[in-house]
Design a binder for this molecule. Structure first.
Ligand code: SF4
Length: 141
């Protein structure tokens, strides 16, 4: 783990290189609190599959997939007056990847029988914003 000031310096350098047009970058992180300042697009991966993709501001403002929502809910808020929302026990329990169906189903509060039948692929839900969830239009729009 890098010191906060060293990390900030590295992120500034990466931003400058990208915005000066000197390079493109794929930035892989578990820290969603910094992606908005570094990235133009955000792709969320769960156990080897992309479950959501879109412009970074749009995905952070309106997450469509239940896993993306959980990741965003887990970002600490640096304000002692804000009470963190507890994550669902089912989500924290983890579990093995199922042999069929949506691989997030064992941890998903919205799972129904159809989710265990086939694995959803990424589909456009709104322009430029894709998610891999059978129920995305019911639970997110
Ligand atoms: S397809 Fe079903 S189990 Fe998978 S994320 Fe969507 S609602 Fe949850």
């Amino acid at each position: 783990m890098l010191d906060v000031s060293v990390r900030a310096g590295i992120l500034r350098l990466l931003q400058r290189l990208v915005h000066d047009g000197e390079m493109a970058m794929v930035f892989i992180t578990h820290d969603l609190s910094i992606v908005a300042s570094v990235c133009d697009e955000l792709a969320v991966m769960y156990r080897g599959r992309f479950v959501e993709h879109g412009p970074v501001a749009e995905v952070l403002r309106r997450p469509l997939h239940p896993y993306t929502r959980a990741l965003i809910a887990a970002v600490p808020v640096p304000d002692p007056s804000v009470t963190p929302v507890p994550l669902p026990a089912k989500l924290l329990a983890g579990g093995a990847v199922p042999h069929r169906g949506c691989r997030f189903a064992p941890r998903c509060d919205f799972a129904i029988a159809a989710c265990e039948a086939s694995e959803p692929g990424l589909e456009d839900v709104v322009p430029e914003h894709r998610a891999a969830c059978l129920r995305v239009r019911e639970i997110s729009l």
